[in-house]
Design a protein around this ligand. Structure first.
Ligand code: ADE
Ligand code: ZN
Length: 343
Protein backbone atom coordinates (compact mmCIF):
# COMPACT_ATOMS: atom_id res chain seq x y z
CA UNK A 1 0.00 0.00 0.00
CA UNK A 2 1.31 3.49 -0.84
CA UNK A 3 2.42 5.51 2.19
CA UNK A 4 -0.31 8.15 1.59
CA UNK A 5 -3.00 5.46 1.50
CA UNK A 6 -1.92 3.86 4.76
CA UNK A 7 -1.64 7.34 6.37
CA UNK A 8 -5.33 7.95 5.59
CA UNK A 9 -6.36 4.49 6.75
CA UNK A 10 -4.30 4.34 9.95
CA UNK A 11 -4.84 7.90 11.23
CA UNK A 12 -6.48 7.78 14.68
CA UNK A 13 -10.10 8.72 14.18
CA UNK A 14 -13.64 8.56 15.57
CA UNK A 15 -16.63 7.20 13.69
CA UNK A 16 -19.79 9.22 14.29
CA UNK A 17 -22.15 7.95 11.60
CA UNK A 18 -22.38 4.18 11.56
CA UNK A 19 -25.56 2.08 11.61
CA UNK A 20 -24.64 -1.17 13.34
CA UNK A 21 -27.21 -3.04 11.24
CA UNK A 22 -25.36 -1.72 8.18
CA UNK A 23 -22.23 -3.64 9.23
CA UNK A 24 -23.96 -7.00 8.67
CA UNK A 25 -21.64 -8.66 6.14
CA UNK A 26 -23.23 -11.27 3.81
CA UNK A 27 -21.19 -14.09 5.41
CA UNK A 28 -22.61 -13.34 8.87
CA UNK A 29 -26.08 -12.80 7.40
CA UNK A 30 -26.00 -16.34 5.98
CA UNK A 31 -24.59 -17.79 9.21
CA UNK A 32 -27.33 -16.18 11.33
CA UNK A 33 -30.03 -17.14 8.81
CA UNK A 34 -28.95 -20.77 9.16
CA UNK A 35 -28.75 -20.64 12.93
CA UNK A 36 -32.12 -18.89 13.31
CA UNK A 37 -33.89 -20.76 10.49
CA UNK A 38 -34.68 -17.58 8.54
CA UNK A 39 -35.06 -18.05 4.78
CA UNK A 40 -33.05 -15.65 2.61
CA UNK A 41 -34.12 -15.05 -1.00
CA UNK A 42 -30.49 -15.58 -2.18
CA UNK A 43 -28.65 -18.85 -2.81
CA UNK A 44 -25.18 -17.64 -1.88
CA UNK A 45 -23.07 -14.87 -0.39
CA UNK A 46 -21.96 -13.93 -3.91
CA UNK A 47 -25.52 -13.69 -5.19
CA UNK A 48 -26.43 -11.48 -2.22
CA UNK A 49 -23.42 -9.23 -2.79
CA UNK A 50 -24.35 -8.89 -6.45
CA UNK A 51 -27.74 -7.51 -5.34
CA UNK A 52 -26.03 -4.51 -3.72
CA UNK A 53 -26.69 -2.11 -6.58
CA UNK A 54 -28.87 0.77 -5.51
CA UNK A 55 -30.73 3.50 -7.36
CA UNK A 56 -31.51 5.67 -4.32
CA UNK A 57 -31.90 5.57 -0.52
CA UNK A 58 -35.18 3.61 -0.56
CA UNK A 59 -33.83 0.85 -2.82
CA UNK A 60 -31.05 0.34 -0.26
CA UNK A 61 -33.35 0.53 2.78
CA UNK A 62 -35.62 -2.20 1.37
CA UNK A 63 -32.66 -4.61 1.26
CA UNK A 64 -31.19 -3.41 4.56
CA UNK A 65 -34.43 -3.93 6.51
CA UNK A 66 -34.87 -7.38 4.90
CA UNK A 67 -31.33 -8.35 5.97
CA UNK A 68 -32.10 -7.33 9.57
CA UNK A 69 -34.58 -10.20 9.85
CA UNK A 70 -31.77 -12.65 10.64
CA UNK A 71 -31.01 -10.73 13.86
CA UNK A 72 -33.09 -12.35 16.60
CA UNK A 73 -31.05 -13.23 19.70
CA UNK A 74 -28.88 -11.20 22.06
CA UNK A 75 -25.88 -13.21 20.84
CA UNK A 76 -26.63 -12.16 17.22
CA UNK A 77 -26.39 -8.47 18.14
CA UNK A 78 -23.24 -9.23 20.16
CA UNK A 79 -21.52 -10.94 17.22
CA UNK A 80 -22.61 -8.24 14.78
CA UNK A 81 -21.12 -5.51 16.97
CA UNK A 82 -17.94 -7.45 17.83
CA UNK A 83 -17.25 -8.03 14.12
CA UNK A 84 -17.62 -4.30 13.42
CA UNK A 85 -15.24 -3.36 16.23
CA UNK A 86 -12.58 -5.80 15.02
CA UNK A 87 -12.71 -4.31 11.52
CA UNK A 88 -12.79 -0.76 12.85
CA UNK A 89 -9.70 -1.33 14.99
CA UNK A 90 -7.74 -2.16 11.82
CA UNK A 91 -8.70 1.20 10.30
CA UNK A 92 -7.57 3.61 13.00
CA UNK A 93 -10.86 3.84 14.92
CA UNK A 94 -10.34 4.81 18.57
CA UNK A 95 -13.89 5.91 19.38
CA UNK A 96 -17.29 5.07 17.85
CA UNK A 97 -20.73 6.61 18.44
CA UNK A 98 -22.96 3.92 17.03
CA UNK A 99 -26.53 4.13 15.67
CA UNK A 100 -29.05 1.36 15.97
CA UNK A 101 -32.68 1.20 14.79
CA UNK A 102 -34.75 -0.23 17.69
CA UNK A 103 -38.07 -0.21 15.80
CA UNK A 104 -36.64 -2.44 13.03
CA UNK A 105 -36.35 -5.13 15.70
CA UNK A 106 -39.11 -4.40 18.21
CA UNK A 107 -41.69 -4.32 15.38
CA UNK A 108 -40.67 -7.95 14.63
CA UNK A 109 -41.14 -8.96 18.26
CA UNK A 110 -37.47 -8.78 19.30
CA UNK A 111 -37.40 -7.09 22.72
CA UNK A 112 -35.54 -3.75 23.06
CA UNK A 113 -33.55 -5.32 25.89
CA UNK A 114 -32.26 -8.11 23.60
CA UNK A 115 -31.06 -5.60 21.01
CA UNK A 116 -29.34 -3.13 23.31
CA UNK A 117 -28.08 -5.87 25.63
CA UNK A 118 -26.13 -7.63 22.86
CA UNK A 119 -24.73 -4.44 21.37
CA UNK A 120 -23.74 -3.01 24.75
CA UNK A 121 -22.01 -6.23 25.87
CA UNK A 122 -19.91 -6.20 22.69
CA UNK A 123 -19.00 -2.54 23.21
CA UNK A 124 -17.88 -3.25 26.78
CA UNK A 125 -15.73 -6.14 25.55
CA UNK A 126 -14.39 -3.94 22.72
CA UNK A 127 -13.18 -1.45 25.29
CA UNK A 128 -11.06 -4.16 26.98
CA UNK A 129 -10.08 -6.11 23.87
CA UNK A 130 -9.34 -3.26 21.44
CA UNK A 131 -9.25 -0.06 23.55
CA UNK A 132 -12.08 1.43 21.48
CA UNK A 133 -14.33 3.77 23.46
CA UNK A 134 -17.94 4.02 22.33
CA UNK A 135 -21.51 5.12 22.92
CA UNK A 136 -24.92 4.28 21.55
CA UNK A 137 -27.47 6.41 19.68
CA UNK A 138 -30.88 4.81 19.03
CA UNK A 139 -32.47 6.33 15.93
CA UNK A 140 -36.17 6.82 15.28
CA UNK A 141 -37.38 5.56 11.90
CA UNK A 142 -38.84 8.65 10.26
CA UNK A 143 -41.17 6.65 7.97
CA UNK A 144 -43.01 5.51 11.14
CA UNK A 145 -45.21 7.73 13.33
CA UNK A 146 -44.16 10.25 15.95
CA UNK A 147 -46.14 8.16 18.49
CA UNK A 148 -44.03 5.09 17.69
CA UNK A 149 -40.87 7.20 18.12
CA UNK A 150 -42.11 8.37 21.53
CA UNK A 151 -42.83 4.80 22.60
CA UNK A 152 -39.30 3.84 21.51
CA UNK A 153 -37.82 6.67 23.55
CA UNK A 154 -39.75 5.46 26.62
CA UNK A 155 -38.34 1.95 26.06
CA UNK A 156 -34.83 3.39 25.77
CA UNK A 157 -34.88 5.61 28.86
CA UNK A 158 -34.37 2.77 31.40
CA UNK A 159 -31.01 2.24 29.60
CA UNK A 160 -30.15 5.92 29.90
CA UNK A 161 -26.63 5.14 31.17
CA UNK A 162 -25.76 3.23 27.99
CA UNK A 163 -27.13 5.87 25.63
CA UNK A 164 -25.46 9.08 24.44
CA UNK A 165 -28.34 10.56 22.51
CA UNK A 166 -31.05 10.00 19.93
CA UNK A 167 -31.05 10.22 16.14
CA UNK A 168 -33.42 10.20 13.18
CA UNK A 169 -32.97 8.04 10.08
CA UNK A 170 -34.68 6.03 7.29
CA UNK A 171 -36.61 7.39 4.26
CA UNK A 172 -36.02 11.14 4.31
CA UNK A 173 -38.17 12.77 1.63
CA UNK A 174 -41.75 13.28 2.85
CA UNK A 175 -40.76 12.83 6.52
CA UNK A 176 -39.41 16.21 7.66
CA UNK A 177 -37.74 16.64 11.06
CA UNK A 178 -40.72 18.75 12.26
CA UNK A 179 -42.72 15.50 12.58
CA UNK A 180 -40.48 14.52 15.51
CA UNK A 181 -40.28 17.80 17.42
CA UNK A 182 -42.08 16.55 20.55
CA UNK A 183 -40.03 13.38 20.92
CA UNK A 184 -36.77 15.31 20.50
CA UNK A 185 -37.98 17.81 23.15
CA UNK A 186 -38.55 14.88 25.51
CA UNK A 187 -35.12 13.38 24.73
CA UNK A 188 -33.40 16.69 25.48
CA UNK A 189 -35.34 16.99 28.76
CA UNK A 190 -33.89 13.59 29.66
CA UNK A 191 -30.40 15.03 29.08
CA UNK A 192 -29.72 13.19 25.83
CA UNK A 193 -27.72 14.53 22.90
CA UNK A 194 -29.53 14.95 19.57
CA UNK A 195 -28.49 14.27 15.98
CA UNK A 196 -30.54 13.85 12.80
CA UNK A 197 -30.10 12.68 9.22
CA UNK A 198 -30.95 15.66 7.01
CA UNK A 199 -29.95 16.87 3.57
CA UNK A 200 -28.94 13.43 2.28
CA UNK A 201 -31.79 13.23 -0.27
CA UNK A 202 -33.99 15.83 1.44
CA UNK A 203 -33.80 19.59 0.76
CA UNK A 204 -31.87 22.23 2.76
CA UNK A 205 -35.19 23.10 4.48
CA UNK A 206 -34.91 19.78 6.35
CA UNK A 207 -31.49 20.81 7.69
CA UNK A 208 -32.95 24.12 8.92
CA UNK A 209 -35.73 22.16 10.66
CA UNK A 210 -33.26 19.74 12.24
CA UNK A 211 -31.31 22.71 13.63
CA UNK A 212 -34.18 24.98 14.65
CA UNK A 213 -36.91 22.51 15.66
CA UNK A 214 -34.95 19.47 16.88
CA UNK A 215 -31.87 21.35 18.14
CA UNK A 216 -29.74 18.72 16.41
CA UNK A 217 -26.14 19.04 17.56
CA UNK A 218 -24.81 17.24 14.49
CA UNK A 219 -26.30 16.82 11.03
CA UNK A 220 -25.88 13.35 9.54
CA UNK A 221 -24.96 13.73 5.85
CA UNK A 222 -26.07 17.35 5.36
CA UNK A 223 -24.35 17.55 1.97
CA UNK A 224 -27.31 19.33 0.35
CA UNK A 225 -26.60 22.36 2.59
CA UNK A 226 -24.39 23.57 -0.28
CA UNK A 227 -27.55 24.57 -2.18
CA UNK A 228 -28.33 27.28 0.41
CA UNK A 229 -25.52 29.81 1.09
CA UNK A 230 -27.31 31.23 4.14
CA UNK A 231 -27.51 27.73 5.64
CA UNK A 232 -23.82 27.14 4.95
CA UNK A 233 -23.08 30.43 6.75
CA UNK A 234 -25.10 29.28 9.75
CA UNK A 235 -23.36 25.88 9.90
CA UNK A 236 -19.92 27.52 9.65
CA UNK A 237 -20.74 30.12 12.31
CA UNK A 238 -22.06 27.53 14.78
CA UNK A 239 -19.46 24.93 13.75
CA UNK A 240 -22.26 22.36 13.62
CA UNK A 241 -20.61 19.10 12.55
CA UNK A 242 -21.68 17.30 9.37
CA UNK A 243 -21.11 13.55 9.46
CA UNK A 244 -20.47 12.96 5.77
CA UNK A 245 -20.37 9.45 4.24
CA UNK A 246 -18.66 9.66 0.84
CA UNK A 247 -18.89 6.02 -0.33
CA UNK A 248 -22.52 5.85 0.80
CA UNK A 249 -23.34 9.01 -1.16
CA UNK A 250 -21.97 7.49 -4.36
CA UNK A 251 -23.67 4.09 -3.85
CA UNK A 252 -27.03 5.81 -3.19
CA UNK A 253 -26.47 8.23 -6.11
CA UNK A 254 -26.42 11.44 -4.11
CA UNK A 255 -23.29 12.19 -6.21
CA UNK A 256 -22.56 10.46 -9.54
CA UNK A 257 -18.90 9.76 -8.66
CA UNK A 258 -16.55 10.31 -5.74
CA UNK A 259 -14.63 12.89 -7.78
CA UNK A 260 -17.84 14.96 -7.92
CA UNK A 261 -18.44 14.79 -4.16
CA UNK A 262 -18.60 18.21 -2.45
CA UNK A 263 -16.67 17.22 0.70
CA UNK A 264 -13.57 19.23 -0.23
CA UNK A 265 -15.67 22.33 -1.02
CA UNK A 266 -17.41 22.01 2.35
CA UNK A 267 -14.05 21.66 4.12
CA UNK A 268 -12.59 24.66 2.24
CA UNK A 269 -15.66 26.71 3.20
CA UNK A 270 -14.85 26.14 6.90
CA UNK A 271 -17.52 23.59 7.78
CA UNK A 272 -16.76 21.08 10.51
CA UNK A 273 -16.84 18.03 8.25
CA UNK A 274 -16.19 14.45 9.34
CA UNK A 275 -15.81 11.28 7.23
CA UNK A 276 -17.80 8.16 8.12
CA UNK A 277 -18.94 4.85 6.66
CA UNK A 278 -22.77 4.79 7.25
CA UNK A 279 -23.50 1.14 6.25
CA UNK A 280 -20.08 -0.28 5.33
CA UNK A 281 -21.17 -3.86 4.57
CA UNK A 282 -23.43 -2.48 1.82
CA UNK A 283 -21.38 0.43 0.50
CA UNK A 284 -17.99 -1.17 -0.07
CA UNK A 285 -15.84 0.23 2.70
CA UNK A 286 -15.25 0.93 6.37
CA UNK A 287 -14.18 4.32 7.64
CA UNK A 288 -10.49 4.02 6.76
CA UNK A 289 -11.54 2.97 3.25
CA UNK A 290 -13.71 6.09 3.08
CA UNK A 291 -10.75 8.27 4.12
CA UNK A 292 -8.48 6.61 1.57
CA UNK A 293 -10.88 6.63 -1.38
CA UNK A 294 -11.92 10.24 -0.74
CA UNK A 295 -8.32 11.42 -0.35
CA UNK A 296 -7.44 9.83 -3.70
CA UNK A 297 -10.54 10.99 -5.60
CA UNK A 298 -10.46 14.59 -4.31
CA UNK A 299 -6.69 14.95 -3.95
CA UNK A 300 -6.83 15.71 -0.21
CA UNK A 301 -3.43 16.55 1.23
CA UNK A 302 -1.99 15.47 4.56
CA UNK A 303 -3.21 18.61 6.38
CA UNK A 304 -6.77 18.07 5.14
CA UNK A 305 -6.68 14.43 6.29
CA UNK A 306 -5.42 15.57 9.69
CA UNK A 307 -8.23 18.13 9.88
CA UNK A 308 -10.78 15.39 9.14
CA UNK A 309 -9.29 13.17 11.84
CA UNK A 310 -9.23 16.01 14.38
CA UNK A 311 -12.79 17.02 13.44
CA UNK A 312 -13.99 13.50 14.20
CA UNK A 313 -12.93 13.82 17.84
CA UNK A 314 -13.97 17.49 18.15
CA UNK A 315 -17.46 16.62 16.88
CA UNK A 316 -17.85 13.64 19.23
CA UNK A 317 -19.86 13.68 22.46
CA UNK A 318 -16.76 12.76 24.49
CA UNK A 319 -15.89 14.80 27.60
CA UNK A 320 -13.33 17.55 26.86
CA UNK A 321 -10.44 15.78 28.58
CA UNK A 322 -10.90 12.63 26.50
CA UNK A 323 -11.17 14.75 23.36
CA UNK A 324 -7.83 16.39 24.22
CA UNK A 325 -6.22 12.97 24.73
CA UNK A 326 -7.42 11.74 21.35
CA UNK A 327 -6.37 14.97 19.60
CA UNK A 328 -2.91 14.49 21.12
CA UNK A 329 -2.88 10.94 19.68
CA UNK A 330 -3.50 12.41 16.21
CA UNK A 331 -0.55 14.77 16.71
CA UNK A 332 1.69 11.92 17.91
CA UNK A 333 0.69 9.82 14.90
CA UNK A 334 1.56 12.70 12.58
CA UNK A 335 4.93 13.21 14.29
CA UNK A 336 6.13 9.65 13.67
CA UNK A 337 9.54 9.85 11.94
CA UNK A 338 8.52 7.18 9.40
CA UNK A 339 5.83 9.53 8.04
CA UNK A 340 8.11 12.50 7.40
CA UNK A 341 8.40 11.77 3.68
CA UNK A 342 4.68 12.24 3.02
CA UNK A 343 3.85 15.78 1.95
N1 ADE B 1 -30.43 3.93 7.71
C1 ADE B 1 -29.30 3.27 7.43
N2 ADE B 1 -28.56 3.98 6.55
C2 ADE B 1 -29.24 5.11 6.29
C3 ADE B 1 -29.00 6.25 5.49
N3 ADE B 1 -27.90 6.39 4.73
N4 ADE B 1 -29.93 7.23 5.45
C4 ADE B 1 -31.05 7.11 6.16
N5 ADE B 1 -31.32 6.06 6.95
C5 ADE B 1 -30.42 5.07 7.01
ZN1 ZN C 1 -26.91 7.05 7.99
Amino acid sequence: MAAEASFARDLPKAELHLHIEGTLEPELMFELAGRNRVRLPYRSVDELRRAYVFSDLQSFLDLYYAGCQVLLKEQDFYELTSAYLSRAAGQGIRHAEIFFDPQTHTDRGVPFETVIGGIHRALEDGRDRLQITSGLIPCFLRHLSAESAMQTLEEALPYRDWILGVGLDSSEVGHPPSKFRTVFDRAREAGLHTVAHAGEEGPPAYIWEALDLLNAQRIDHGVRCAEDPRLVGRLVEDQTPLTVCPLSNVKLRVFPTLRQHNLKQLLDRGLLVTVNSDDPAYFGGYVGDNFQATATALGLDRDQLLTLARNSFTASFLPDEQKRNYLAAVDRFNAQPSLKTIS
